[in-house]
Design a protein around this ligand. Structure first.
Ligand code: FES
Ligand code: FES
Length: 153
């Protein structure tokens, strides 16, 4: 069945079963491999994208549930004001180690700062607790979120 979806402000028509997870559509149908597969069970956050601005686990989001919502992925988050601030802060604070989890981390952090420009530690914990990093970059992620919140760019 064909589904019409909007990803990074571009319209796509994809012919897949309705229960196909958005992550599969992004990676295997549209060739957008910046969004990562980790667990496939909403436990790690590697697959996080924005749906209408909300951080969402694309591995458990059926394509049929998306409707007219707007999807943003790591490939385009830098075009948003908040996403650009977050990406710069990630570089400034040298957050990344292996990098596998980081697109998901950046998407969760960007959604947080878009809704709460000055998050408290508790806000950061609540927003980021579902994003696992096996390299243990958590301290630098927290610093980078605070750095982005203080920046003007
Ligand atoms: S791959 Fe989606 S949360 Fe782990
Ligand atoms: S940077 Fe390696 S898993 Fe997070």
């Amino acid at each position: 069945m064909a589904f019409n979806i909007t990803v990074n402000s571009k319209a796509h028509s994809v012919d897949v079963d309705g229960d196909t997870p958005l992550l599969w559509v992004l990676r295997d149908v549209l060739g957008m491999t910046g969004t990562k597969f980790g667990c496939g069970m909403a436990l790690c956050g590697a697959c996080t994208v924005h749906i209408d601005g909300a951080a969402t686990r694309s591995c458990i989001t059926p394509i049929a549930s998306i409707g007219n919502s707007s999807i943003t992925t790591i490939e385009a988050i830098g075009a948003t004001r908040t996403g650009a601030k977050v990406q710069k802060a990630w570089l400034d604070r040298e957050v990344v180690q292996c990098g596998y989890c980081q697109s998901g981390q950046i998407m969760s952090a960007s959604a947080l700062l878009a809704s709460k420009p000055q998050p408290t530690d508790a806000d950061i914990d609540a927003a980021m607790s579902g994003n696992i990093c096996r390299c243990g970059t958590y301290v630098r992620i927290r610093e980078a979120i605070k750095h982005a919140a203080q920046s003007d760019e």
